[in-house]
Design a protein around this ligand. Structure first.
Ligand code: UDP
Ligand code: MG
Length: 320
């Protein structure tokens, strides 16, 4: 039977924790009763340097339910993406399959069962996808959806309306652990792993208690990080703009020369116009060109894995 570890990053979640903990314990109990996961499956709470009572609550939960509730205390606040990674990598050693979920119960815990079913059908990664965002505020909804669209147009592969509610098998987490970058945008990395994936759909609920820990500034930082960590398109855009300006400068040159010969131009105007346009284009191309190299250096220094083997058929390796 596969052992499940549910990973929950928690930052100042003392208000919602007393609701979340029993809800997740119930999920484990139900799945164990249905014989879908091992009896020693657990929930791992990662305390992301909370300044409130969260860690005490996690300790108490672990004392009362030593088999079902684990805790990881990070030394300081490192942000959601790192807290989640810390939890996944710690849990990886202790279980066969992980599910990551936010502490605020906005993601529907009832679809974890469907995720486990898909895992048993052979998926390594199962994304939780919001089928609608009615409960999000208008502002949150439009900014979030704009963000997914922008990501896509920048060529960052990511799953539309999926945040960080997902199932990952042990080997998927292990493959993920090879991505050692510090500009971390987990949602962009997971589709690169290449394993068999599927989605389950759910309605995003209201936060069970407490307030959002993702103010606009953190959201914008995440969005920019997502794009700049996965895409060199912005650099290409500079380059393309340079070429466009050079073409325009030729048109401008024609216009300037015609005006010059037709007359009525101030002395010096024609030469200045031509050089401004032409040099502007040359400069943009030069910056874009330097940018291309910087983009390559950027990709190299990440030391991302270049491939991920799913299966090897050979004579001397045991079947995996
Ligand atoms: N979180 C975290 N560290 C942070 C900010 C948030 O671990 O610095 C956790 C938080 O406790 C929650 C999850 O990340 O479990 C998502 O945060 P939240 O629900 O506030 O974001 P929203 O749903 O509003 O985007
Ligand atoms: Mg939330």
């Amino acid at each position: 039977m596969d052992k499940l570890g549910i990973v929950v990053p928690c930052y100042n979640e003392e208000e919602v924790f007393p609701i979340t903990a029993p809800a997740l314990r119930k999920v484990l109990d139900d799945l164990i009763a249905k014989n879908k996961i091992a009896e020693d499956s657990f929930v791992m709470y990662v305390n992301d340097g909370s300044r409130d009572n969260t860690w005490n609550l996690i300790e108490k939960e672990h004392e009362e339910h030593p088999v079902q509730a684990y805790g990881v205390k990070l030394a300081g606040n490192v942000g959601h993406q790192f807290a989640l990674t810390a939890g996944l990598l710690t849990a990886m050693e202790m279980c066969d399959v992980t599910v990551s979920i936010d502490a605020d119960l906005q993601d529907d815990v009832n679809v974890i069962e469907q995720m486990i079913d898909k895992f048993h059908e052979g998926c390594d990664i199962v994304y939780g996808v919001r089928s609608d965002r009615k409960t999000d505020s208008f502002f949150k909804r439009t900014t979030a959806q704009g963000f997914y669209k922008l990501m896509n147009s920048m060529g960052v592969k990511s799953v539309y309306n999926h945040a960080d509610f997902r199932l990952m098998s042990q080997r998927a987490v292990r493959a993920y652990s090879e991505y050692k970058e510090n500009n971390l945008f987990i949602r962009g990395i997971i589709p690169q792993l290449g394993y068999k994936t599927d989605c389950v759909y759910y309605q995003r609920l209201e936060r069970a208690a407490g307030v959002s820990k993702y103010p606009l500034s953190k959201m914008l930082a995440l969005a920019f990080n997502g794009i700049s960590s996965f895409s060199v398109k912005p650099i290409n855009m500079v380059f393309t703009m340079g070429i466009i300006i050079i073409i325009l400068s030729i048109l401008a040159a024609v216009y300037v020369l015609v005006s010059y010969f037709v007359g009525h131009v101030e002395p010096g105007w024609a030469s200045i116009m031509c050089s401004i346009w032409f040099l502007g284009g040359v400069q943009l191309i030069a910056i874009g060109l330097v940018g291309q190299y910087i983009g390559k250096i950027y990709i190299e220094v990440k030391h991302r894995p270049r491939y991920n083997i799913e299966k090897v058929l050979s004579n001397d390796s045991e079947e995996k």
